[in-house]
Design a protein around this ligand. Sequence first.
Ligand SMILES: [Zn+2]
Length: 457
Amino acid sequence: MTLDAVLSRIDDTLPEALDRLVELLRIPSISTDPAYAPDCARAADWLVNDLKSLGFDARSAKTPGHPMVVGHGGEGNRHILFYGHYDVQPVDPLDLWDRPPFEPELQDTPKGRVIRARGSSDDKGQLMTFLEACRAWKHVHGALPGKLTIFLEGEEESGSPSLIPFMEANRGELTASLALICDTGLYEDRVPAISTQLRGLAKSEFTIHAASRDLHSGAYGGLARNPLHVMAQLLADLHDPDGRVMVPGFYDDVDELPDTLRSQWQALSFNHAAYLGDVGLSVPAGEVDRTPLEMLWSRPTAEVNGMWGGYNGAGFKTVLPAEAHAKVSFRLVSRQDPAKVLTSFRKWAEARIPADCRIAWHDGIEGSPASVMAISDPAFEAARTALSEEWGRPAVFVGEGGSIPIAGYFKTILGMDAMLVGFAKDDDQIHSPNEKYDVESFHKGIRSWARILARIA
Ligand SMILES: [Zn+2]
């Protein structure tokens, strides 16, 4: 069978694939530091050359920042875009590295063989898994596995300033029917995972004003309204005793978790005691009738991120402050609209403010909605089967508690869903000294993409 031939080719040529990764890792493409701009350009050129060697029509596209690498190639019924990033985080503190971060080395560790260098896991090792799968496929079949666009960014670690304008200006050539993103990890280091839903975010900073100036609590205390009390009451009222958010309509656009996902998540047997134990906690807060994973991945939240006012200096000042401040944010899921959530939060808050007080809102009512991928697209189930076969255990559709902006942009700007598949492990030390990528992640990652492409491209 031809897939078997591709997989054997991957196994036989692993040393060469590692050599290529080492070459790419030697280029210090630190995007946030302008001193490394020539190295970022060099990494982009290296990738363009590699893509050309695979038969892609590839170029390094100029932006006001670091170049984007774009390549098109292959033929097939379905146009698939692959995204990764070639830039890396800075390396300081250098003295905590056990070797120079841009002199990669294969090391044997108690947990297996690793390749150690900055960018090995985030994201050069991961992006190369896809290119190596294409290479083996091409060698066996004489052609790429399908109609592919490769899109590699050089500013992911520095806020992606050029990304949105570039996507908007190049909509035509970047729009495919599905995006693949390789910048995530295995679930608990062993379960292959496809992230299919990512929470969105909406934020609100505001001030409650009362008296026209700070007052003496001897002269006014008991008679004058204290805005800190009003703020404390307001924020306390945000949740009922069962952990539900009390803003009217907050749950209107929140979908229940489909049974198929519920059972996949149950099978993960998430250990909330260990998860909370790591940070010195023990008891799940939040909605009483929800599982911990649901709370993290598929339920919306309202959180107080900051509250302040009055006198905070040394000693004591018996002041009745004139104003109180807070920052509140919402993690959003399903079809929740950030503007709608913020608008009803404002209405709810204003209706609860007593006479003589007013609220000043300090920011707009924008935010980012959740990204929920259409897993009814058969490609998702096909990829899940492919990953299960490769890793010898059932792959799972997981959620992400935070947002991964690129997935949202693919949806909002290019109108396509993204499938996030990655092979990083929790101990890869990304963004930290001694970053590594397991050779197993690299090897099985390449094999995973070959299997996925065989099924979906
Ligand atoms: Zn990354």
